[in-house]
Unconditional design. Structure first.
Length: 425
């Protein structure tokens, strides 16, 4: 049988995916190679089950992290960046960040060098997993976290450094009122938090279009704009501006709601949402980040899609994952929807203390591969894996990290968990 072997391309803003596709992958450090092997076995078996030999993946290993440094003396070789850019869609295990040398963060470096401005984190509950909240099944939230701005840009100056001294002198001479807000200028370290309209709105546009395409009921802008008015407050403003200028046929915003009837409380939020539903539109609202943490615990059903800045998204995605059992079952992706380049990833760390023991939980990377299959349009295989993961967990076949909290669970190893998923196709 003839199988197309072209690489993935972006044509007219749509991915064109061949039937035989090369996917670059980074096994990762610590438990990375184990969970990667488990993920690949599940994906390969699912493709065979669904498509026979009509669609296949060629796995191409690329280097990053400790293995890359040992072989090339580089933590992130340029060839790796080229392969991810050339093949467009890839996947990676967890990576160590070098301490005291090298790249500030390999994950951040990948995102910045490839301009992967969306960190996509869907969070949902799988029946059979022990969760710390009473009704974890109410949680089904997709977080769009901006990936290239905010404090993760890494613009920081150490206390007593020449850069800090020069910046403090400039503030004192030109903006003495702002300088006066620094309580201890003699020992202060300084960080800069850039948030731009362009950077914010491309993230927000992706979140809005996802909400529309997936028929989600609401999108919530999460920010700290009550304090940081010209960065996070601007993020909120640009979100509403974008919705009202480009998506007014699809979005009903809180700003349109009759402000004369507004008082603080959930009853108003419900009325806004009901008004949006009556108009057949998606409800866009905004929540200050500390209130968002509280309401995600108390009323998670009120959230569907969240769009937020980088640091807020970092906190929220892990905290929300904890509500459904932990980041061990939380998938993630870093995507540039304009170029089409995407890297799917395990969201947990390298866990070197259990490396090589066949007890690591591969769920995060397996579910990230589901996102990858959805992204390239191989939905049938993605659905098969998702259903099998649900059945495996529901049957109590769990790796030790999950089994310890589940009565009568059957403890299985990393590869055995993958095999159980395959047997449940």
């Amino acid at each position: 049988m003839n199988i197309s072997t072209d690489t993935i391309q972006m044509i007219n803003h749509q991915l064109s995916v061949p039937d035989l596709v090369t996917i670059p992958f980074i096994p990762g450090d610590g438990i990375g190679p184990e969970v990667t092997q488990a993920m690949q076995s599940v994906v390969t078996a699912a493709l065979t089950e669904v498509y026979g030999n009509k669609r296949q993946i060629i796995w191409k290993e690329v280097l990053a992290g400790e293995k890359a440094f040992r072989q090339t003396e580089e933590w992130l070789p340029q060839e790796t960046l080229y392969d991810f850019s050339h093949y467009m869609v890839g996947i990676k295990g967890p990576l160590s960040t070098p301490v005291g040398e090298g790249i500030r963060s390999l994950n951040v470096a990948l995102r910045k060098d490839l301009d992967l401005y969306v960190c996509l984190r869907p969070v949902r509950y799988f029946k059979g997993i022990s969760a710390p909240v009473i009704n974890p099944e109410k949680i089904d939230v997709t977080i769009f976290r901006e990936n290239t701005e905010d404090v993760y840009t890494g613009i920081e100056f150490e206390a007593d450094s020449p850069e800090t001294s020069a910046l403090l002198q400039w503030l004192q001479e030109n903006y003495p009122q702002s300088f006066g807000k620094i309580r201890f200028p003699q020992t202060v370290g300084i960080g800069i938090k850039p948030i731009s309209q362009q950077g914010s709105q491309r993230l927000l546009r992706a979140a809005i279009e996802f909400t529309i395409e997936n028929k989600k009921p609401s999108i919530t802008l999460v920010h700290k704009g009550n304090i940081m008015k010209f960065t996070e407050g601007a993020f909120r403003k640009w979100g509403y501006d974008l919705a009202e200028s480009e998506y007014k046929d699809f979005i009903y915003t809180s700003k349109q709601f009759d402000s004369t009837r507004k008082t603080f409380g959930l009853s108003v939020a419900r009325e806004e949402k009901e008004t949006a539903l009556l108009t057949g539109k998606i409800w866009m609202n905004d929540v200050i980040v500390d209130a968002a943490f509280q309401n995600l615990l108390l009323y998670p059903e009120n959230f569907s899609v969240i769009a937020t800045t980088n640091l807020n998204g970092d906190y929220l995605s892990d905290a929300l994952a904890a509500q459904v059992g932990g980041i061990g079952i939380a998938p993630g992706a870093n995507i540039n929807y304009q170029t089409g380049i995407a890297i799917f990833e395990a969201t947990h760390g390298t866990a070197p203390d259990i490396s090589g023991k066949n007890i690591a939980n591969p769920s995060s990377l397996i579910l990230s591969s589901v996102m990858m299959l959805q992204y390239i349009g191989w939905q049938e295989a993605a659905d098969l894996i998702t259903s099998a993961v649900e059945m495996t967990i529901r049957n109590g076949q769990l790796t030790p990290d999950l089994a310890q909290f589940v009565k009568n669970a059957t403890i299985v190893g990393t590869q055995e968990f993958a095999n159980a998923i395959i047997s449940n196709f």
